[in-house]
Design a protein around this ligand. Structure first.
Ligand code: PMP
Length: 427
């Protein structure tokens, strides 16, 4: 059955319930993808500057072949012995600090964060979790409490265990000081201890990606990790968005920020769209969790998922995609800086590798977010065949996070179009 856009919208509301969100004033109906390109149902081609899940490109042949081969051979679960999961974890952990040597595979980033928090409880015997104020770590009862801006009105009373600190904002508070952030974390740790909750962990995206990827110098998280460990807590780095070479300079953003987490959480790009997430930690931490919770995940770590995830690692290496992210990201940042000199609406240019963007403001002196204008830009780009979005505390930061094979030529098309759109919307 092929529906029109109007029929699709009506049937979504009828069959999926109300309030299922879509992107854009005119939602898009994609029917095919290849590399960095997407096609809609009318055959129109779009440059994908948004999707990080198809990390090595939409319908990447190596991943498709790996999935098909394994799906045509065997798919079961981790209660049977299989090489696939072991080969994958061995190859994945070989890219990390030797202390991160053991993994649990899940189907989503939410499940992986949920496990990470429970690991921290199992190890410390405490439940107090500190997170940043404008982040997102997932949708389970436990981790949905971490989205301070959108805390659910229900949630089994779990909100009592969470405390928040402001994420760094390099635009409004230039040169954010890691020591000040560490002091805020220390303050919240004190409160958790005083009220009897106790401190279990700090959870952060090491590149603060959902918060608008502030410009912070490499090594920035070091004093924060020291405070956390001195208090007997664990550092959880949620690398669901920042990992697998996205920042261009490092495979893992925690390396860029100068720390080794106790627990690392993975998801989204891990298997190029096949649902795979994971938690990586030291064997003792994993053992404490497994002892505390008799954990089993029916689909997590199944042979097909592992084949897909392995193909992603192979492709990143074979195509040198981290180096590509650095090269194209550097070019993109230069082009965005050139646009910033031309258009007053661009208040700040940020990013590293293939996560980059600009904060749009009404005027430079008071830095008031131009949130409505940001929506206009995104919709105008979509109507010109360029797909991207927005994020950050004020939802006024252009979020550009394409599949990793994104080229200089793709970046030039994006910025030539953005130039046209900005001249139109600011006219
Ligand atoms: N952590 C971060 C940083 C995320 O951005 C997301 C998803 N946007 C999640 C966790 C949750 O992942 P999933 O949707 O796979 O559960």
């Amino acid at each position: 059955m092929t529906r029109t856009t109007q029929q699709l919208l009506a049937d979504r509301a009828r069959l999926m319930g109300p309030n299922v969100s879509t992107f854009y004033e005119e939602p898009v109906h994609f029917v095919r993808g290849e590399g960095v390109w997407l096609w809609d149902s009318e055959g129109r081609k779009y440059l994908d500057c948004y999707n990080n899940v198809p990390h090595v490109g939409h319908c990447n042949p190596r991943v498709v072949e790996a999935i098909c081969r394994q799906a045509g051979t065997l798919n079961t679960h981790t209660r049977y012995l299989h090489d696939g999961i072991l080969d994958y974890i061995e190859r994945l952990t070989a890219t990390m600090d030797p202390s991160l040597d053991t993994a649990i595979l899940t189907c989503t980033g939410s499940e992986a964060n949920d496990i990470a928090l429970r690991m921290a409880e199992a190890v410390t015997g405490k439940r107090g979790i500190i997170a940043t104020d404008a982040t997102y770590h997932g949708n389970t009862s436990l981790v949905s409490q971490l989205s301070k801006s959108n805390i659910p009105t229900v949630g089994f009373g779990l909100g009592q265990y969470f405390r928040f600190v402001d994420a760094p904002d390099s635009y409004r508070h230039p040169n954010p000081d890691g020591a000040i952030f560490a002091a805020h974390v220390a303050e919240q740790i004190e409160r958790l201890i005083e009220d009897g909750t106790g401190f279990a962990a700090l959870v952060v995206c090491p590149y603060f990606l959902n918060e608008g990827f502030p410009d912070i110098p490499d090594g920035w998280l070091k004093p924060i990790a020291d405070v956390v460990r001195k208090a007997g807590g664990l550092l959880i780095c949620d690398e669901v968005q920042s990992g697998f070479g996205r920042t261009g300079t490092h495979l893992w953003a925690h390396e860029k920020m100068g720390v080794v987490p106790d627990i690392m959480v993975l998801g989204k790009p891990m298997a190029n769209g096949h649902p795979v997430g994971g938690v990586v930690a030291n064997r003792d931490i994993v053992a404490a969790f497994r002892k505390g919770y008799r954990y089993f995940n029916t689909f997590g770590g199944n042979p097909v998922s592992c084949a897909a995830a392995m193909a992603v690692l192979e492709e990143i290496e074979a195509q040198d995609l981290q180096a590509n992210a650095k090269r194209v990201g550097d070019h993109a940042r230069k082009r965005m800086t050139t646009l910033a000199a031309k258009y007053d609406i661009i208040g700040d240019v940020r990013g590293s590798g293939l996560i980059f963007g600009a904060e749009l403001v009404k005027e430079h002196t008071n830095k008031t977010p131009a949130s409505n204008m940001t929506d206009r830009v995104i919709n105008a780009m979509r109507s010109r065949g360029i797909i991207h979005s927005k994020l950050g505390r004020h939802k006024n930061t252009l979020k550009i996070r394409p599949p990793m094979p994104f080229s200089i030529e793709n970046a030039d098309l994006l910025f030539d179009t953005l130039d046209d759109v900005l001249s139109e919307v600011t006219r």
